[in-house]
Design a protein around this ligand. Structure first.
Ligand SMILES: [Zn+2]
Length: 433
């Protein structure tokens, strides 16, 4: 080898030493992933097509990118909440705590991208899921907010430590979440979960995706200062602001679920992830309670209402796991306290909407969910005025957004049943109760 060739070889080696992955591979690709069957009731390993990939070796898509692990500390978030911070600068600065690239173990065989280990399969399956779900929210639901016009980020196996006062990672296993403000979805490893991991369950991903839509539409426009003040509160929130926040979290969860139901056309979209044959008794019971709360046609949701959850008058055997507010004995109102589960009231919201379309998937997808999407921006405008929130505000905005051709009789009668104290107070004028 002459000297020139040798120097090229050394130069090439030097470059590779700094990081020499395979050439980027993008465009339209076929991936072998865990994907749902048509009814979203079961999942299997199969080939799917994805478009607009920028580089599959780093899970980079034109719309979103996977990030590696890393640790975000709650105190770092608090320190960034200055008056000048914008939704974009806050997200950029908090997101920088995570590793900026993820390189799963992939191999190409017969022009199909295969994962080489379980973790890579989970990441690749979530990648394929996000691509489909992103397209659905833009094309079918009509979202035009920064939730779908700005790039998205998925942190794979990162951690969050809420604060130096509580130095325990928030959620380490068996979960997928959207982290508002930081504006990332987080996918956590499988712990003792049986069935389909949440990150492979596209209904769960559609639910998490909607949290970004809710946050970007509602909180980052007119109401961002209010959101910052809630997050940065050094002392506990006032009882009325705590109640506002609780109800908004319930609305956020309920709308995430009803959108996931719209995407999957299956009210039991979480069931493939709820297997407990080999779980210990405590974990199995927790999973059973979660299933009861989240299935919008369960015995619990059949009978739960805004009022009987608020005043604790629903049979306790059914309410298991919803939580009772710390201040319940003084306020008599579960919905105003700190310790409760937003999913319980969230399922009441989802059920109300489901009955409001006569349990018709087509009406849900084509009329109701696009109208809900339009409502969110206006809800942000209302919250930006520091007005108190209750569900009459949401339902009134929703009724204004529904087309004139939509028959509101079922929706109004369901609101009258499930939110009777608001209905009888004549707070939803577009329903003639
Ligand atoms: Zn959620």
């Amino acid at each position: 080898m002459n000297l020139k060739r040798l120097s090229i070889a050394i130069f090439a080696f030097g470059l590779c030493f700094l990081g020499c992955g395979p050439e980027p591979l993008g465009g339209e690709l076929t991936l072998k992933v865990v994907a749902p069957n048509d009814d979203f009731a079961s999942y299997e390993l199969r080939q799917v097509q994805v478009s607009n990939v920028e580089n599959i070796y780093q899970l980079q898509h034109a719309n979103f990118k996977f990030l590696g692990g890393g640790l975000l500390e709650g105190d770092d978030m608090q320190n960034l909440l200055t008056s000048e911070v914008t939704p974009q600068s806050f997200a950029t600065q908090t997101r920088s705590h995570f590793d900026q690239t993820l390189e799963p173990h992939l191999a190409i065989r017969d022009e199909v991208v295969h994962a080489q280990d379980f973790h890579s399969l989970m990441a690749l399956s979530a990648f394929a899921g996000f691509e489909k779900i992103w397209g659905w929210y833009v094309n079918d639901i009509g979202d035009r907010s920064t939730a779908t016009t700005e790039p998205g980020y998925v942190v794979f196996y990162g951690d969050i430590v809420p604060s130096n006062l509580l130095p325990v990672p928030m959620i380490q296993m068996d979960n997928a979440v959207y982290l508002a403000g930081v504006d990332v979805w987080m996918v956590f490893p499988v712990g003792n979960q049986e069935g389909v991991p949440y990150a492979m369950n596209q209904g769960v991903l559609a639910h998490e995706f909607h949290h970004r839509i809710f946050f970007q539409n509602v909180w980052t426009t007119s109401a961002f200062d209010r959101w910052k003040s809630i997050l940065s509160a050094t002392e506990s929130l006032s009882a009325s602001e705590q109640r506002n926040l609780n109800l908004l979290r319930a609305l956020d969860e309920g709308l995430a679920d009803i959108n996931a139901i719209g995407y999957t056309k299956n009210i039991g979209f979480m069931e493939p992830s709820f297997h407990s044959e080999h779980l210990d008794v405590v974990s199995a019971e927790l999973l059973g309670a979660e299933s009861l709360r989240r299935n919008i046609e369960s015995d619990f949701v059949d009978r739960a209402t805004y009022d009987n959850l608020g005043d604790d008058s629903l049979e306790h055997a059914l309410v298991d796991g919803c939580g009772v507010a710390q201040n319940f004995t003084t306020s008599g109102d579960i919905l105003s306290g700190q310790a409760w589960s937003p999913y319980c009231l969230g399922s009441v919201v989802a059920r109300t909407i489901w009955e409001g379309v006569g349990r018709d998937h087509q009406l849900l997808r084509e009329v109701m969910l696009p109208a809900i999407n339009q409502t969110l921006f206006h809800l942000g405008e209302v919250l930006g005025t520091d007005q108190d929130f209750d569900f009459d505000v949401f339902f009134q905005l929703l009724l204004e957004s529904l087309p004139n051709t939509f028959d509101t009789a079922d929706l109004c009668s369901e609101i009258a049943t499930r939110f009777s104290s608001l209905a009888t107070a004549d707070r939803i004028p577009l329903c003639a109760f």
